[in-house]
Design a protein around this ligand. Structure first.
Ligand code: ATP
Length: 459
């Protein structure tokens, strides 16, 4: 079992040091809660998204993909309830001007849930218990007030209020808005799903915990359209599929749990929601969500757009608005869970500590690293030939600088599952060594067997 770090610090440091994740706009002093994915982070992210698309779109016959716009017609967000309801309660410290979520303040200071409290009750609770500002210690808060989490921008026409457009806070609505186009142009039959991967933006009041809560992130979402009667069995199917995904990407089963939302706290559109939560070093928190959105969204869009969003059964000609099961996966939270799950500092027999990321091969940014034992001919030529052979199939790295042990350590920190060394014996009999990241054991292998062996190992 993987030991959890009690802090994110070593992971954040490794991410910066090894080119996974950099703080955003660092040369200008940083731009709070934005991050840039460096070369290895970009590979990791792409592997996650490609694998997700392959498993949930290409390997199924009941799914199609979509790539909708970030800027949707503003009426979309009125119909979906986001203009009115996508809000948090915020409170400001008058002394130091720090801003907090009122519910978080209550929960953290009083260890009780603020779910279901209205603004007045939260303000009273904070005053009654004389809660202090976590930053400066003052007891001088404003009243709690609502704050909409949607970022907005102005369209070019006049800049007047009427020209406001919102950056989407979830990808889901882009799918609902195109539901009619999909049923009109594709030969989809209920049950079927539409999958989308894309950016979402939320003006979170208190972002934090590295990439766990950021203002710009990516979602991998599915809207799965069904008949109402089938919602329970479809819900169970997707819950199982989400667990299989966690297993596939290598998350330890012991750290992934289900959290059922109590009925009285469900979002306005949901009849049932189960979160998959992960044991992050800072606490057990939401990784993914699964919601039964009923026919809420399609009905609202039909009402607000005046368009018919009925589906007609091709055999019975029955017309109805489909119900929806929505599995949603955050890309950044996947990355953070994978990093926490994979990170390890191991004490070696010689007393050294090795830092290693035990990534599953399917997500590892680099699959194989190729080293000539020494940077000299004909070892280099042979190693480059092996590298060229593998490069066509997998993302590989070539490294000929420094002692071989250091080169292994560098790859361990990147989570590269296999390293290949070309040595003098290679020149004699065309064999090489294949070193396993986790066991650190090396096996000798004929070059002719390399591709077949790696194909089996890198699934
Ligand atoms: P939370 O309760 O943590 O704010 P949420 O319930 O609002 O999350 P959803 O609206 O269900 O989140 O969003 C779907 C998924 O998008 C989440 O499960 C998560 O993986 C991801 N996500 C949501 N908000 C953020 C954020 N601010 N930063 C990174 N990922 C996010």
């Amino acid at each position: 079992m993987q030991k959890l770090q009690d802090s994110l610090k070593p992971i954040v440091a490794l991410c910066k040091r090894r080119g996974f994740i950099y703080p955003g706009s660092e040369i200008y002093g940083g731009f709070a809660n934005t991050y840039s994915y460096g070369p290895y982070g970009a590979e990791l992210k792409k592997n996650i998204k490609d694998l997700w698309w392959r498993l949930f779109v290409h390997e199924r016959r009941d799914m199609v993909g979509l790539d909708g716009p970030i800027l949707l017609h503003p009426k979309t967000w009125q119909a979906s309830g986001h203009v009115e309801g996508f809000v948090d309660a915020l409170i400001d410290c008058k002394a130091c001007k720090s801003r907090f979520r009122a519910d978080h303040l209550i929960e953290e200071a009083l260890h009780k849930s603020a779910d279901g409290m209205n603004l007045k009750q939260m303000t009273e609770e904070i005053q009654k218990h004389k809660l202090k500002c976590p930053k400066c210690g003052a007891q001088d808060f404003t009243e709690a007030r609502v704050f909409n989490l949607m970022f907005h921008t102005h369209m070019s026409k006049t800049g007047a209020d009427g020209d406001i457009a919102y950056l989407r806070p979830e990808t889901a609505q882009a799918i609902f808005v195109d539901f009619k186009n999909i049923i009109d142009t594709m030969r989809v039959k209920i049950p079927f799903g539409v999958a989308q991967i894309g950016k979402a933006f939320r003006n979170e009041i208190t972002p934090g915990n590295f990439v766990f809560r950021v203002i710009e992130f990516e979602q991998m979402e599915i809207e799965y359209f069904i008949r109402e009667a089938d919602w329970q069995k479809t819900f169970d199917h997707w819950l199982a599929a989400m667990h299989s995904w966690c297993k596939k990407i290598g998350l330890s089963k012991n750290h992934v749990h289900e959290k059922e939302h109590p009925k009285e706290l469900l979002s306005h559109y949901s009849k049932r929601t189960v979160d998959l939560v992960y044991d992050f070093p800072f606490g057990t928190s939401e990784l993914y969500g699964l919601a039964y959105r009923t026919d809420f969204d399609l009905s609202r869009h039909a009402e607000c757009s005046g368009q018919s969003l009925f589906y007609t059964d091709p055999e019975t000609k029955e017309k109805f608005i489909p119900h929806v099961i929505e599995p949603t996966f955050g890309v950044e939270r996947t990355i953070l869970a994978l990093l926490c799950n994979a990170y390890d500092e191991e004490m070696l027999e010689n007393g050294e500590t090795r830092t290693v990321l035990h990534f599953a091969p399917c997500v590892a940014p680099v699959k194989v690293a190729v080293f000539p034992l020494m940077k000299k001919e004909p070892l280099s030529e042979k190693a480059q030939a092996v590298f060229a052979l593998l490069q066509r199939l997998w993302h590989c790295e070539y490294d000929d600088s420094g002692a071989i042990g250091k080169r292994y350590r560098r790859q361990d920190e990147l989570g590269t599952p296999y390293c290949i060394t070309i040595d003098f014996e290679t020149l004699e009999n065309d064999t090489l060594t294949l070193r396993d990241r986790d066991s650190m054991k090396q096996e000798r292998l004929a070059i002719g067997q390399l591709i077949e062996t790696l194909s089996k190992k890198l699934v």
